[in-house]
Design a protein around this ligand. Structure first.
Ligand SMILES: Nc1nc2c(ncn2[C@@H]2O[C@H](COP(=O)(O)OP(=O)(O)OP(=O)(O)O)[C@@H](O)[C@H]2O)c(=O)[nH]1
Ligand SMILES: [Mg+2]
Ligand SMILES: [Zn+2]
Length: 344
């Protein structure tokens, strides 16, 4: 395994190692560091929003200090920054420390790129953006995004776009039993955009999905000065053109009774690899099933063909009233378990 992947995991599993390093070990100049949030990354240059509490927040361009050369800094990271943090034209500040992350959304890329990537840090909600048509929805992709979110301890919102092109009902029915909230949008319907906004208020949400599903279109509707480029979907292949090329965090404007929040636009992905997700971790997202599975044999895969899986006993023991809901829960869990290994 690549060194970087190992390092990233170690950092997540034991955040205290880097995060709570005694202050005395820091160079004195770092004591007066300011805190910024990374909103964009472009070829070694980090765009930060710095808020010192007294002044208006400002946008600062920064690079990593040499001691962080091997450390990944991603959109959503809170960092300590020193040097010229005025944000004036031509200035470049220095990131000297990454603060502990409250969440890490990761994906294993594809066959040509086996490394584990951190998509975004400190987000609390994953918005799985799926077009109802153009490109055609793929449940495997949605399932894997749901698994990734559960694994990261994030909430999930399924956003079905392009409702002018197809009926959302079948997909909605598929995700209700898993407890995934669903919102349906169409470009020419402002009310549907407001429905999304109300679910993003006060949170940090990251939009993820195939290219061309309308992530940037939605961001532009939510954030008036976002000015994200959008691209048409190819008529023949039904695929997007990978218009967005890097993740960008944007502040959501405050509505009349809303808190603000952050939304992160990300580049379209072909797949959302989950090689890093463990069965037990996924099971924790299904509290009711986790309790049942405590009676499973050691090493149980919990899949349909697993011998003596307690989930099957639980189904068999249910009353006629209980059965449909239980079956839907177990089926959803098993579908997600299987989804970890499918490529899309
Ligand atoms: N018919 C229809 N088209 C839409 C809707 N929303 C977005 N589109 C179109 O879908 C195309 C792709 O939109 P983008 O916002 O660029 O998609 P994206 O998900 O950001 O794509 P990448 O940046 O490549 O990942 C554009 O031509 C949009 O105009 C909708 O509700 N209905
Ligand atoms: Mg885009
Ligand atoms: Zn089991």
């Amino acid at each position: 395994m690549a060194r970087r992947a190992v390092d990233e995991h170690a950092q997540y599993a034991r955040p205290s190692k880097r995060g709570s390093r005694p202050r005395t070990k820091q160079r004195p100049e770092h004591a007066d560091a300011e805190v910024g949030m990374v909103t964009g990354v472009d070829r070694g240059r980090y765009t930060l929003v710095v808020d010192d509490g007294t002044d208006r927040e400002r946008t600062v361009l920064a690079m990593k200090a040499r001691e962080l050369t091997r450390t990944r800094v991603v959109v959503g990271d809170r960092v300590d920054v020193v040097g010229d943090t005025s944000g004036d034209e031509g200035t470049l500040a220095r990131i000297v420390r990454i603060q502990d992350r409250s969440s890490v959304l990761r994906r294993t890329a594809d066959d040509t790129d086996p490394y584990e990537r951190i998509v975004v840090a400190n987000a609390d909600q994953l918005v799985v953006v799926t077009a109802l048509a153009q490109p055609e929805p793929r449940t495997g992709m949605i399932d894997r995004c749901v698994v990734a979110a559960y694994d990261a301890g994030m909430d999930v919102l399924l956003c079905l776009t392009k409702a002018d092109l197809a009926d959302p009902a079948p997909l909605r029915d598929l995700y209700t039993p898993i407890g995934v909230e669903v919102v349906v949008t169409r470009q020419d319907d402002a009310a549907s955009v407001e429905a999304v906004r109300s679910r993003l208020a006060g949170r940090t949400s990251v939009l993820v999905g195939h290219s061309g599903v309308g992530k940037s279109t939605l961001i532009n509707a939510l954030v008036p000065d976002a000015d994200r480029a959008t691209g048409v979907v190819n008529d023949v292949t039904g695929r997007g053109r990978h218009t967005s090329t890097s993740a960008v965090a944007l502040r959501l404007p405050v509505g009349h009774d809303d808190h603000d929040g952050w939304v992160v636009d990300t580049p379209g992905v072909r797949s959302f690899g989950l090689a890093h997700v463990e069965t037990d971790h996924l099971l924790q997202a299904f509290e009711d099933l986790a309790e049942v599975a405590e009676d499973c044999p050691r090493g149980c895969t919990h899949l349909a063909d697993a011998p003596d899986c307690a989930l099957d006993d639980w189904l068999a023991a249910s009353s006629d009233d209980e059965r449909p809901a239980r079956e839907a829960r177990v089926a959803s869990f098993r579908r997600l378990l299987t989804a970890r290994h499918a490529a899309d």
